[in-house]
Every structure is written in C-alpha cells, then in structure tokens.
Design a binder for this molecule. Structure first.
Ligand SMILES: [Zn+2]
Ligand SMILES: [Zn+2]
Ligand SMILES: [Zn+2]
Ligand SMILES: [Zn+2]
Length: 802
C-alpha cells in the first residue's frame, strides 16, 4: 500500500524494459533529480495515463445516491441483532455516500444516533441528532428523535435542557401520543438512578475528550531542547562523519524519560488491507470495515461516528473541525484525485500532501526557491556546503547576512543552528538518489508526473491562485510549466526519501472476542508519516528507546538507562527479537542502504551457530539444544543425535498449522476441541522445540485463553505464565511485549479473585508499561481501576464462585 498497485508497477517496469538502451542510460546517468524527472516524464504517453485512469476507477470514491439506503438497511439488520457497533459503522458508510442536505443523510445520522445511544455514547448521540436536524430530518419523525435527545440529556445530567424538550414535545399533539405510547416520564428516583449510571458509564467509555487533553499535557518534555524543537534537553544534535546526524545523551537518562515529542509534519492514513473493487454493483456496496472507516483521516483519532467530506465518500473525520482543517490544508486539492491517490499508493500521497503543506510555510517560497536549488545543483549531497549556504541565505532573509559568516554546522538547521519540524527539515532528509534502482526511480518519476498532469487538469487553478496570493512579495512568478516542474521534482524527492524516512504510525487495538474475557491486543499500522526530528535517530536492532503514538504525535521514551554520551537509538523495523542477524542485515541493506554494525549484530555474528532460544530445536533423546546449518547435531556432550534442518522445519510448520486451526476454533467458541488440539501440539512441540520456542509460547497462550473462556482461572494462569517466560526470553523482561503479557495475566488473576497475585502482577505490568507509554495509556488506566477495585474489597473476600 506504500507503493503503487501491482498492475501499475508491472506496467511501468515493462515500459522501462522496452525503452531504447540509450534512453535508459540517459536516465540512469542523469546528474540531478530534476533531470531524472524531466527525462522520465517526457516519456509518459496519453495511453499510459488512460491505463492509470482505468485502474483508478477500481476505487469507488464518489458518492452514489443509490447506496445510502442499502447501508441503512444493512445497519438496521445489525441493530436488530443488537450489534450496535456494527450498525454504527454501516450507518457511517451510508452517511459518507449521501450528499449533504438530503433526506438520506439525515436518516443515516438519525439511525446512527440511536445506535450510539445504545452504546452509551451520549455526547456522540447528541451530535448526530443535531446533524440529522441540520440536514433536514423529516418533521414526521422528529418526536421520536427528540425523545432520544431528552433521554440522552437526562443521562448526562443536563436536566434543564431535557425538561425543556419534554415540555416542547408535550405541547405538540402528535408528540404527546408518542410520549404516551412510550410512557416516558422522569420521576425523581429514576433521575437519581440514571445519574448514577452516568457516572459508571463515564469511567467505562473509551477516551473522553478531557482525558485526551490531560494525556497531551502530561506528555510534556521535562525541559525542551533549545537546538531541536520537540526534543528534550537531555539530548543534543551532533554530526558524525560516518553516520551523519544523530542525537546524543547529554546526561544520564532514566528509563521512561520522554526524549522526543513530535507531531507529524505530514501523515496519511493507510487505507487498510483491502483490494480495489473491480466493477459490479454488489462489490461496490461493500460492508467490510477498514481502518479508513474507524479513524479520523486528519488526526487519526478512533471514531465510530465519522463525518464525511461533502465531496467524496472516502475521506472521513472525527469532527466538523477536522474536516474543515483538512479541507483548507490539502483536501480541497486531493478530493477529486481520491481514486488516483489510492492507486498510486501512500508514498505518492504523502509526497503530494507535503508539497501542499509547504505552501503555508513562508508563502510557498521554501518549496520554490529551495527545491529549485536542490534539484538543480546537488540533489545527492544535501549535506554539502553549497546547499547549506543556499539554505542559510534563504532563511536568513535579506538584511541579515552581514557580520559573521554563519554556517550552520548541521543540515536542516536554520541560520541559528536550530532544527525545527518544518518543510525545510523535510526537504533535507536524505533521498539516497544514487542508491535506488533505475527502475524504482522511473516508477516514482512516472507516478509523480501522472499525478502532476492530473493536478494540472483538475486544480492547478486553485493551486496557483492560492500560491500567488500568499507570496505576493516574491520577485519572479515562474510560468505554469516551470511551477509544475518544481512541484514534480519536490514530490519525486519525497518519494525517494520515504523509503528510508517514512515512519509507521501504529496503535494498539484491543480485540475482545465474544467468548473471551481476556483482552488480546495487537499492534496495527494506522498511517504513514514524516517526523523530521524522529528521523534524526539512527537505527539499532536492539534500541534503547521505544516509540508510541497518540493521535499524530510520536513519543520517544528511553526504554532503559542511557548513559551520558551514548547515542539515542531507535529501531527501523528489523528488531533482534523478530529475526536473526542475517535477515536483519539483508533487510537494512536493501531498504536503508547501510550495513548494520549495532551491538546486537556484532554480538550475534560471533555466535552464529546457535540461533536464538525462541527459534531453537532440541534433541529428541537428551533434550539439549541442536546446532548447525543444514544438518543439526546435538550439543549434548555424550549425545550423537542429528537431524536435517528441512525435516525439523517441516515438523515445525505442521505444528504451526495446527495452532492456527486451534485459534480459529477458539474464535468460534469451540473451546473443548481447541484445547484437545492444543494439548496435542504441546506434546508434539515438547519432543523437538526448545522450551522457550515462540511456537511453544503461542500454544500456551491459546490454552490460557481457552481456560479463561471456560472460567478455569487457575489453569489459565498456569498456562499464561509459561507463555510469559517465552516472551521474556525473546523480548526481555522490561519489553513492551512483556508489558502486554503481564496485563493479560493481571486480568486473569483479577477475574479469578486471586487478590495477592493480581496485585503483584498489576504492579509489575504497570511498571513495564509506564516506561513505554507514560501514564495515560489505556492499559495502565485499566490496571489502576483493577487495583483500586481489589483494594476496596472487604478484608476476607468470599471464595471464588466460578
Ligand atoms: Zn480528527
Ligand atoms: Zn473529499
Ligand atoms: Zn543491527
Ligand atoms: Zn541429544
């Protein structure tokens, strides 16, 4: 999803292979990004554009007046089944396909308000009622909705407003009848009861806006760095001749300290794993739910009640405010290009959005002048003096060049040496132009130039007008073509930068299967963004920090003690607990163009023969670990056992397949069968896998879930403790993975009323999670609630009755 869809990729690769050798050479040897772009885009033919257009039509992003009623009916079905969450999402889909100020949209909003009411989301329910009214909700249906509004207000304790509505309704004859039918009245005792319920609800609902604000305030840096905005004063920006820019600790840093807090310069929501829909009405009317339906396309907040863009069915937001901001900043230009942007992938989309955002900095001068300079002179060496001078003279303004010939020591910094999260910093991220394959550059250049032509056709008018307005002072206004050329070059540069500098924005999603009482959580990738300050961190396969996100803000915390003078390191993806040294090195070389020489890699290279314990096989007869490459032999002193790797791997795959089947059985509530299957896997695994093998952990985890669902807390806890040991060996005792696992164990003890064990585990889980997420993490909040609940119990609790 980062790159263009496969059809376009293979189309361009074929086009490349058919180019005359001389043309290929011209592009390969082009000195600057500007030349690469110029040569490539001159090869984009009308038939190529037609092909791309056909692909784009596979994504239906417009509004279709026939669709809302379909989604409304599907939503009603879910509502009948009491699946209010499912109903809400389907009504949202109906809303996003309706045109503004139609009966359709008002009906969808009204139905959604009913589902939200059932979910206890009263504030959201009230907003939807207002929206339904705004878009012309039919008069005849009003009383029922007003009744709901009154109930909401009562539940929220806004009694005066509620009684106003009730008295309004009472003065209306038809409403009176509706009221009589529903026997709606608010005696004092009901009110008290409802109010108590509200308080209960408030603690249960997800993150309330107030809690989120608190969380942001709490996420403040102890003291902000004077040199790097968004970084803590405990680090400083340095230039290393080999590694380039890096952050170094200026004092001893304790685990959990916040080192960087940075809002993305730009980010684009990942549409989610969903293939494009190829024609046919039934597939267009799609009831599948993706992240695109659940998260705000601007601020990434989780939202059930989304507000759609008025012009397309694709962009959805948490609020009217987010919609307006997105529209003003970039969506007014992106809106008509939705299908094309989905076809060209997230990187292309980010490239476009970055340049759109650059218009607002310094009136667009940055992109025009700076990018022109960069692309014409020295694209490959952005660290060079030439560029730095360009930059400093540019940013220093006219009158300030006198006196000291200030030469900022570090690229991306302004004349005073300050590094900020702005477009200048983004432009200075290294694009590695020389390292990318010619085919990849050709693909990026043609994608960008196709996008440029669409921009020209669709909205250049808007674009240039807004540019001209905001940069009235600029001496020269380049002609249209030149302007677009600069935009194209800038976008191409961003696309090439993204391979190494894109940061995945992730969130922890909690999955609660119906039969299950333990919350399972998994990390999902929500969006891709550019964070100029986070980009200053170099990679380690065993980093000393951990990153988490709240909305579009990245927080980097020390995950362990960091000594003064040590470098602050962050993992680009290949982590030592996920893959072996060879695989990591290969990944880092092909994606990031460097040979990793981190401590973990150096250590592992020395003891390559024995792999990590979480992937190790063991001897069938003496239980010692096996070692070797193609043929493994027992490491036991007096044992001569050996086995081929292929054989062991195929046995492992068998077990994995069965574990997968067991997980499916668990999901569908067939607990006994799942347990039988998992116990079989356990026996099998014991004969050839190390006790800390990750698959052994999965088996134990599955058994823990199954017993929890059966209400056998003791057995569940025993199995989860075994799984915990595997996680500890693989990820370390203070890893975030360990935190999630301890959270699960705490839930099991809590549900089983094992008070001392629960309190003990809660404390451990809190300690670990606090380091990685800070105090406002959902799981930590949950743990604190469990703790206070346990401490409030009478001194000698009744024996568990499960
Ligand atoms: Zn939002
Ligand atoms: Zn739109
Ligand atoms: Zn490494
Ligand atoms: Zn042996």
């Amino acid at each position: 999803m980062d790159l263009p869809v496969d059809e376009w990729k293979s189309y361009i690769l074929q086009k490349w292979s058919l180019l005359p050798k001389s043309t290929q050479v011209t592009i390969c040897t082009a000195e600057t990004l500007s030349d690469i772009f110029l040569h490539s885009s001159s090869l984009l033919q009308p038939e190529d554009e037609m092909f791309l257009k056909r692909l784009s039509r596979g994504y239906f992003v417009g509004k279709d007046p026939n669709i809302p009623i379909f989604y409304r009916e599907e939503g009603n079905k879910k509502f009948q089944e009491k699946d209010y969450m499912g109903a809400t999402v389907l009504y949202s889909k109906g809303v996003s396909h309706s045109r503004p100020n139609t009966e359709d949209i008002s009906l969808c909003y009204a139905n959604r308000s009913a589902a939200l009411f059932r979910l206890g989301q009263y504030e959201a329910c009230l907003k939807d009622i207002t929206r339904a009214q705004m878009h012309g909700y039919p008069e005849r249906l009003q009383p029922k909705m007003m009744l709901r509004k009154a109930q909401c207000l009562v539940t929220l304790g806004r009694l005066q407003e509620a009684s106003q509505i009730v008295s309004d309704l009472e003065s209306d004859f038809t409403a009176k009848q509706a009221l009589a039918a529903s026997q709606f009245q608010i005696p004092q005792s009901t009110l008290c009861h409802l109010k108590m319920k509200v308080q209960e609800k408030e603690t249960l609902t997800e993150t309330s806006p107030a809690a989120l604000t608190n969380a942001f305030e709490d996420m403040n840096l102890r003291e902000e760095n004077e040199q790097v905005s968004g970084a803590s004063s405990s680090v400083s920006l340095c230039m290393d001749p080999l590694k380039g820019r890096c952050l170094i600790a200026t004092k001893d840093i304790p685990p959990g300290e916040l080192l960087v807090k940075e809002d993305a310069f730009v980010c684009v929501l990942n549409p989610g794993e969903m293939p494009p829909l190829h024609c046919g009405l039934e597939s267009k009317w799609d009831t599948r739910v993706t992240n695109g339906d659940l998260y705000c396309h601007r601020c990434l907040k989780h939202t059930l009640a989304t507000v759609p863009c008025d012009g397309c069915s694709y962009a959805k937001y948490c609020s009217q405010e987010c919609m307006q901001q997105a529209w003003d900043l970039y969506h007014s230009i992106e809106c008509p290009l939705g299908g094309l942007l989905l076809t060209l992938g997230v990187f292309c989309h980010i490239a476009l959005r970055s340049t759109l955002l650059a218009r607002f900095e310094d009136g667009g001068k940055v992109i025009r002048q700076l990018c022109g300079e960069i692309s014409n002179k020295d694209i490959c060496l952005p660290e060079s003096k030439n560029l730095v001078q360009t930059l400093s003279s540019h940013l220093g303004g006219e009158g300030e060049k006198n006196g000291k010939t200030a030469e900022p020591p570090i690229p991306g910094c302004d004349i005073n040496g300050k590094y900020e999260k702005n477009y200048t910093a983004v432009l200075h991220l290294v694009p590695h132009t020389k390292n990318h394959s010619p085919e990849y550059k050709f693909l990026c250049a043609l994608s960008v130039s196709a996008l440029c032509r669409q921009l020209e056709a669709a909205s250049l008018q808007v674009l240039t007008t807004s540019l001209k307005c905001s940069q009235a002072k600029a001496a020269v206004v380049p002609g249209r073509c030149e302007e677009l050329h600069i935009w194209g070059v800038a976008m191409l540069r961003h696309m090439l930068q993204l391979q190494c500098n894109a940061q995945a924005i992730t969130t922890v999603q909690q999955i609660e299967p119906k039969e299950n009482i333990i919350t399972e959580s998994r990390q999902v990738r929500l969006a891709t963004g550019i964070f100029p300050v986070v980009s200053l961190l170099n990679h380690s396969c065993s980093p000393n920090t951990s990153v988490s996100f709240m909305s579009t803000v990245a927080a980097i915390r020390a995950s362990q003690q960091i000594g003064k003078g040590q470098e602050i390191l962050h993992c680009y993806g290949p982590h030592k607990s996920r893959m072996g040294v060879a695989e990591r090195q290969q990944k880092l070389r092909s994606q990031y163009f460097f040979d990793c020489n981190c401590l973990a890699c150096r250590n592992e290279k020395h003891r390559a023969a024995v792999g990590p314990r979480w992937a190790a096989f063991r001897c069938n007869s003496c239980r010692e670990l096996m070692q070797g490459d193609d043929v493994l032999s027992c490491s036991g002193a007096s044992c001569t056992e050996s086995a081929s790797r292929d054989h062991l791997v195929s046995r492992l795959q068998d077990v994995q397949q069965q574990v997968g089947m067991a997980q499916k059985l668990l999901g569908s509530g067939k607990l006994e069968r799942a347990i039988q299957l998992l116990l079989g896997c356990q026996r099998d695994a014991e004969s050839f896998l190390s006790t800390e093998h990750s698959v052994v952990g999965e088996i134990e985890d599955g058994l823990a879930q199954a017993y929890a669902a059966l209400g056998d807390w003791q057995k569940s806890a025993t199995h989860l403790q075994k799984s915990l040991r595997v996680v500890e060996v693989r990820h370390g005792p203070s890893s975030v993975e360990m935190g999630h696992e301890l959270f699960k164990l705490a839930q099991i003890f809590f549900n089983g009323f094992a008070v001392p064990e629960a309190l003990n585990t809660i404390q451990k889980a809190e300690k670990v999670l606090l380091v990685h997420y800070g105090p406002w993490n959902e799981e930590i909040q949950e743990l604190q609630k469990m703790k206070s609940c346990l401490l409030d119990l009478p001194p000698s609790p009744v024996a568990p009755s499960v």
